[in-house]
Design a binder for this molecule. Structure first.
Ligand code: ADP
Ligand code: MG
Length: 443
């Protein structure tokens, strides 16, 4: 699937010449000749600057809410013409994962807990993460013997509030990703696109999810409906009805995926996660706790909606654990119950918001993210989704390793930004228009 369009004639010789520029020589932007005058609105169609697009090798860098570490994917992205112009070709060259050290993971988790951090701590972490990203990209590129032209780095979200709330006399939505991109640009000597979410929010969107563009590019199908489910710290899905254009898909966060499981594992078993779902497999699901937990307001909210540690972090886990204890659960039962909450909240979301869109079409339910490795969670999902007409598989079956997909998405978004094209799908984020995402650090 990933090699769908690799057209060697479209590939340029690697323009590493860029890195050989004399110090101080500005890197030419591919759109330099067409640069719009300040104040000229960016056209919002997905065809902007199509003719300027070129094949580039891009490293996508992701570190998600699980705070488990950094995923780097190196891909060749090539333009396609005509009816397929909106679906560039993506060829995975390779990917690598870099777990955070214990000290860095502790710092990241502390920064996500707004009550226990300080400005100095956040500033240091911003730079420390930038170093970690730079090292991860360098190590991946060296290992793969690749040479990258561009990097897209999502950064580490420490706070995300997609829906505006009163603050200092106004209604404010906000998002914040850490990881200083200048450090990556300095290490790699190529431009780095980062800070992808704010432009969507400034256009009235929730800043998330941004992976749907990749989902659409890789998975849209004329006959089959496709649901792309990611199981990271948070679960999110993209629905692409059979034959739908990007304006007809929907995407939203389903709720916790691994976040509560991980927190319980840490607390009850002193382990970062439930490897392969073994603990959940020997636990008993406390149905009454799942039922009560599903009454949480988030699950009933209509999409678009996004969630994070703000909703399902430490305080939520604390309440969840107490409920399990009150129901007479053992530690393994709490972990099994958290997995069941993930599966059940996804089933509810599919029934309410997915099935009405996909109708009677066969649905391929394609799972990615670290949770795809949790055998118990995957079994629970199959048991609930197969009766709804979904055939459950992983993205690995389509050629994208489950750990690489989000990193690939940020490589694609960086490529779109570099060529001045929008990366958000308003149907997914709720934005008023499609906009060019991110900020570019030229290094
Ligand atoms: N072998 C495994 N068995 C069970 N769960 C796993 C396994 N590998 C990864 N995970 C889960 O996946 C999470 C990381 O998934 P990831 O997709 O990186 O999420 P995020 O984007 O939030 O960082 C881990 O915290 C863990 O809960
Ligand atoms: Mg991760």
């Amino acid at each position: 699937m990933l090699r769908q369009n690799a057209d060697p004639s479209a590939a340029l010789p690697h323009p590493s010449a860029r890195t050989a520029h004399a110090p101080g020589t500005p890197v030419p932007h591919p759109n330099a000749r067409t640069a719009r005058a300040p104040g000229t609105p960016v056209r919002s169609g997905r065809d902007d600057n199509s003719s300027k697009r070129k094949s580039l090798i891009v490293a996508g860098v992701m570190s998600g809410t699980s705070a488990d570490g950094i995923d780097v994917a190196v891909v060749r992205i090539s333009p396609r013409r005509g009816a397929r112009a909106g679906r560039p070709g993506i060829e995975l060259i390779g990917h690598r994962a870099f777990p955070f050290s214990k000290a860095l993971r502790t710092a990241v988790l502390a920064a996500m807990d707004a009550k226990s951090t300080s400005t100095a701590e956040l500033a240091r972490l911003h730079w420390r993460l930038g170093m970690a990203y730079a090292e991860a990209v360098r190590a991946t590129v060296t290992d793969l013997k690749a040479a990258v032209d561009l990097v897209g780095c999502h950064g580490q979200t420490v706070y995300h509030q997609g829906v505006a709330q009163p603050y200092a006399g106004r209604s404010v939505a906000c998002t914040w990703q850490l990881g200083e991109p200048a450090l990556i640009a300095a290490e790699m000597r190529v431009p780095v696109v980062s800070n992808f979410r704010p432009a969507d929010m400034a256009a009235g969107g929730q800043g998330a999810p941004l992976v749907p563009l990749l989902d659409y590019v890789l998975f849209t199908d004329t006959k089959r409906a496709r649901v792309l489910q990611n199981l990271g710290g948070i679960g999110n899905l993209t629905v692409i009805p059979a034959g739908a254009g990007p304006e007809r898909l929907i995407a939203f966060d389903t709720g916790p995926a691994n976040m509560v499981i991980d927190a319980l594992m840490e607390r009850l078993f002193d382990r970062a996660f439930d490897k392969d779902g073994r603990v959940a497999a020997r636990g008993r699901v406390l149905d009454s706790v799942v039922k009560a937990a599903l009454r949480e307001r988030y699950f009933a909210m209509k999409p678009p909606k996004s969630a994070g540690r703000e909703q399902f972090g430490a305080a939520y886990t604390e309440r969840f654990l107490h409920a399990c204890e009150r129901a007479g659960g053992e530690p393994a039962d709490a972990v099994a119950t958290a997995a069941a909450l993930t599966a059940e909240s996804i089933r509810m979301a599919v029934e309410r918001w997915v099935k009405p869109l996909t109708g009677r079409a066969a649905v391929d339910y394609i799972v990615a993210g670290g949770g795809a490795r949790n055998g118990t969670l995957m079994r629970m999902l199959r048991e609930r989704l197969e009766p709804l007409g979904c055939s459950v598989r992983t993205s690995g079956d389509s050629g994208i390793p489950v750990d690489a997909k989000e990193a690939v998405a940020f490589a694609l978004l960086a490529w779109e930004t570099w060529f001045h094209r929008p990366g958000n799908l308003p149907s997914a984020t709720g934005a008023k228009r499609a906009v060019v995402l991110g900020e570019i650090c030229y290094g």
